[in-house]
Each structure stands twice: as structure tokens, then as C-alpha cells.
Write a protein that binds this ligand. Structure first.
Ligand SMILES: *Cc1c(COP(=O)(O)O)cnc(C)c1O
Length: 235
């Protein structure tokens, strides 16, 4: 696998995000880039950091902890956990990340709140929604979202920031917008229910559907391939 030139791919990704925001009539800084570095070596993250990138997303806990250790000198990286989360992994996530995007049940949220160290600020969390309503996919169903949000808002060491989704793949750029529009509506509904919560985040849009997500109000786009190149296939 050829190594991509991170300075160039990152510049192209920033330009792509800026153009998408402009096309949507949104301000230039209305959405932030989260660099998804799963399966990529720490050295690639270091290069992206040298080009000014600070927010990085990881999916696999042990891999992420190894990279965090290798990059401990870069103390301004903001680490986001975006992968599936089992209850036996919550402690290390609560101790080593600033954000978690993949909360889809009460039990995981309660454990993260209990295990968040006192010396750290509250953990920023997004609830993952199964927005295309796919059987056996991760994420809370839209119908169950209000109850989960209510439980999470009450947890002292979590700060509910918004919603995350990974829609079913779709090549039609118009139809790509539909699930993102539903997620946007779901966030507006939660904002009305919880005016006191800092619900400012729509984590949506990846390398193949960034423009559609930005058109529907994404505030945090999660780009892996577009920045770091293809990943080896996983089974
Ligand atoms: C891998 C991954 C991404 C990045 O996907 P790309 O298509 O490579 O941009 C974004 N979000 C989540 C949750 C992921 O697992």
C-alpha cells in the first residue's frame, strides 16, 4: 500500500470541507474535521498533527492506546472514540479519550460516567443512531432516542453533545441526504427537550458522503480514507 502525502491529502480535505460549507451557505468554520486514523500507524498521525490537525478518531481500543502512548509528547491531540464499545472496555475509554461518539445504550453511558476520572473534565458524548434502521446494526433506534438522551443528560460525568450516525451506503448524492436530514431533525427535537444541554454536535459524513452530510448540517465530519488513504480490508 503506497503511503499518501498527508500534507496534501489534509489540505485537499480541508478545501473539500470548505467548499461543501460554502455550497450549503454555511459559515467557513461551521464544521470541523475529525481525522479517522484507525489501522494507520502513529507516524501518520504525527504527520497530520504537524500539519495542524488536532482531532483524531479511533475505533479499536488497544490500537488506540498504543498510539496514544507513542504520541504522548503531543499533548494537544483531542482523541475521539468512534468504534463499537463493550462494557468491559469502558474504563479505559473513560480514562483516555475526550469524546465518545458510539453510545447506544444506557448501561455503557452509566459506566463511562462512573469511570470518568475526577481530574478530567466531563466526557463529551454523542449518541449513535441507527438512522437507516438496519437490523443488527449499531445505534439506538430513533424511537428509543428520547429515553436514552434523558438518561444520559442526567449522568454527572458525561456531557451530551449530540448525535452520530453511519447511514447505509448509497451512491445517489441526493438520496444520501435523507438519513442526514433525519439525524438533524432528531437533534433539533432533543434540543427542544433539553434546552440546558450543550447539544451542538452532528457527527456525520465520511469520505464518501461528506457533501451530503454538510448540506444537512454536519458539525463534525469523520474522514479516514480521504486523509490517510485506503485501509487494509477487515473481515
Ligand atoms: C472508519 C470510520 C470512518 C471513516 O471512514 P472513511 O470512509 O474512511 O472516511 C468514520 N466514522 C466511523 C465510525 C468509522 O468507523
Amino acid at each position: 500500500m503506497t503511503e499518501v502525502a498527508i500534507d496534501e491529502t489534509l489540505k485537499a480535505a480541508r478545501l473539500r470541507l470548505a467548499r461543501a460549507l460554502d455550497a450549503a451557505g454555511r459559515p467557513p468554520r461551521a464544521a470541523e474535521l475529525l481525522a479517522v486514523s484507525k489501522t494507520k500507524p502513529a507516524a501518520q498521525i504525527r504527520k497530520a498533527h504537524a500539519c495542524g490537525q488536532r482531532a483524531f478518531g479511533e475505533n479499536y481500543l488497544q490500537e488506540a492506546l498504543d498510539k496514544q502512548q507513542a504520541l504522548a509528547d503531543l499533548d494537544d491531540i483531542v482523541w475521539h472514540f468512534i468504534g463499537p464499545l463493550q462494557s468491559n472496555k469502558t474504563r479505559q475509554v473513560a480514562e483516555h479519550f475526550a469524546w465518545v461518539h458510539s453510545i447506544d445504550r444506557d448501561k455503557i453511558a452509566r459506566r463511562l460516567s462512573e469511570q470518568r476520572p475526577e481530574r478530567l473534565p466531563a466526557l463529551n458524548v454523542c449518541l449513535q443512531v441507527n438512522i437507516s434502521d438496519e437490523p443488527s446494526k449499531a445505534g439506538v433506534r430513533l424511537a428509543d432516542l428520547p429515553a436514552l438522551a434523558e438518561a444520559v443528560v442526567a449522568l454527572p460525568r458525561l456531557q451530551l453533545r449530540g448525535l452520530m450516525a453511519i447511514p447505509a451506503p448509497c451512491d445517489d448524492s441526493q438520496r444520501q441526504r435523507e438519513p442526514f436530514a433525519r439525524l438533524h431533525d432528531a437533534l433539533a427535537d432533543l434540543q427542544a427537550r433539553h434546552p440546558e444541554a450543550p447539544l451542538d454536535t452532528l457527527s456525520m459524513g465520511m469520505s464518501d458522503d461528506l457533501e451530503a452530510a454538510v448540506a444537512e448540517g454536519a458539525t463534525l465530519v469523520r474522514l479516514g480514507t480521504a486523509i490517510f488513504g485506503q485501509r487494509p480490508p477487515r473481515d
